[in-house]
Design a protein around this ligand. Structure first.
Ligand SMILES: NC(=O)c1ccc[n+]([C@@H]2O[C@H](COP(=O)([O-])OP(=O)(O)OC[C@H]3O[C@@H](n4cnc5c(N)ncnc54)[C@H](O)[C@@H]3O)[C@@H](O)[C@H]2O)c1
Length: 359
């Protein structure tokens, strides 16, 4: 990989095992960031992250506060279990750092709003990782809906079935806050009409023994006469995904988030079906990386889609900090997603529709 000609900023990684390992790699390989400290509670994860970064043992910590005290940095990246996010984001902001946090931003609307207010007060940038909405099939749907290529959108339906085989880290409504957030955020990213009313149900199917809810259903009523339905579960028997958008002239169907094509069903008169390719990957500013090079040479990302999308997030974070270019999933903008999740929880608890006023 050729060196990248730009100012690298310093970043502290919190949670460097499992998902956090991809963060360390993405920050490093993007060329935009230089990891300067590692935080985790598992020594083996710290040791593995030291191997990737070349950092000494003195750059390893077991709490975010200790790292913030000892090591200077421009930013902090948080990839710890969801229930720690709010406290770790606040600690980083209060230490004057910009923050990138994994989804789910927090596990309550109040906490997310508090973090956004703190970031504004301290003039720090706050970004949430919402990588599902960045996959090419979803970017293409977003563009086609925005451009009204098939006429205005009227209806949508998303279903997602994940046979995870076991629960997530313990949190309330674990599917909603830890997985459903991806699908609901993606839905908002594609539909692009603010949600005004929500009927929601977060529960467990009768045979499910998970310690908190594995499944979510919701009907969303949006501005402009647009409405749609969502059903997703992490305790499915088998895999499944479909996102269908009924526009005035045709229905658009994505049957696979990672798919290279979309189906277009024209009608109701002169019915016909066609298949269209999805838009290319976003490789801007990442051309030095072998995965981007493979795409630019027409070979596709292979198994590198994950790292490429993660690197675009680190590029966007850098641009936000240096140029002030606010990404789609800034903390402020991500509040729309968190408001929707909160409304689904409230609708479940109160057994009624919840009105959303928006920002
Ligand atoms: N965007 C995605 O594609 C994606 C995929 C998987 C997970 N995630 C998100 O990443 C985050 C982590 O998920 P995970 O499955 O990797 O969780 P995990 O339970 O594997 O923990 C992640 C890391 O955090 C460390 N950790 C635990 N407690 C900590 C603490 N108090 N301080 C610092 N580090 C601590 C763990 O040792 C581990 O290395 C969650 O927010 C999850 O929703 C995102």
């Amino acid at each position: 990989m050729a060196p990248v000609q730009r100012e690298q900023l310093r970043i502290i990684h919190v949670g460097v095992g499992t998902r956090g390992k991809s963060h360390v790699r993405a920050a490093l390989e993007s060329g935009y960031w230089r990891p300067v400290a590692l935080v985790d509670v598992v020594p083996d994860y710290l040791a593995a992250a030291r191997e990737i970064t070349g950092l000494p043992e003195s750059a390893c910590f077991t709490t975010v506060e200790a790292a913030l005290d000892a090591v200077e940095s421009e930013a902090v990246a948080i990839a710890s279990p969801v229930t720690f996010h709010a406290q770790q984001i606040m600690a980083a902001l209060q230490a004057g750092r910009h923050v990138l946090t994994e989804k789910c931003f927090t596990t309550s609307l109040h906490d997310a709003e508090t973090c956004v207010a703190e970031a504004v007060r301290r003039d720090r940038k706050l970004v949430v990782v919402q990588n599902a909405r960045l996959r090419p099939a979803m970017r293409t749907l977003r563009r086609l809906i925005q451009e009204e290529t098939y006429g205005p959108l009227g209806l949508f339906l998303m279903s997602f079935f994940k046979p995870r085989g076991g629960p997530y880290n313990l949190s309330p409504h674990m599917h909603l806050w830890q997985q459903g957030v991806h699908e609901l955020d993606t839905t908002l990213g594609v539909v692009q009409h603010p949600v005004r009313r929500v009927w929601g149900l977060s529960n467990n199917p009768t045979w499910c023994d998970w310690p908190s809810e594995s499944t979510v259903q919701a009907i969303l009523e949006c501005d402009g006469g647009v409405s749609g339905t969502h059903l997703s579960t992490s305790n499915a028997r088998g895999n499944g995904f479909e996102f269908r958008l009924e526009c005035a002239e045709a229905a658009l169907v994505a049957g696979d988030r990672g798919g290279e094509t979309l189906r277009v069903l024209w009608g109701p008169k002169n019915r016909r079906e066609e298949t269209i390719p999805v838009d290319p990957y976003d490789t801007r500013g990442l051309e030095h990386h072998p995965v981007a090079q493979a795409i630019l040479n027409g070979d596709g990302p292979g198994r590198g889609e994950g790292i490429l999308i993660d690197m675009t997030i680190y590029r966007n974070l850098h641009e936000y900090v240096v140029e002030g270019k606010e990404p789609e999933s800034s903390g402020r903008r991500n509040l729309d997603t968190i408001r929707l999740l909160d409304a689904i929880v409230r609708s479940t608890e109160e057994r009624r529709a919840i009105e959303l006023k928006g920002a």
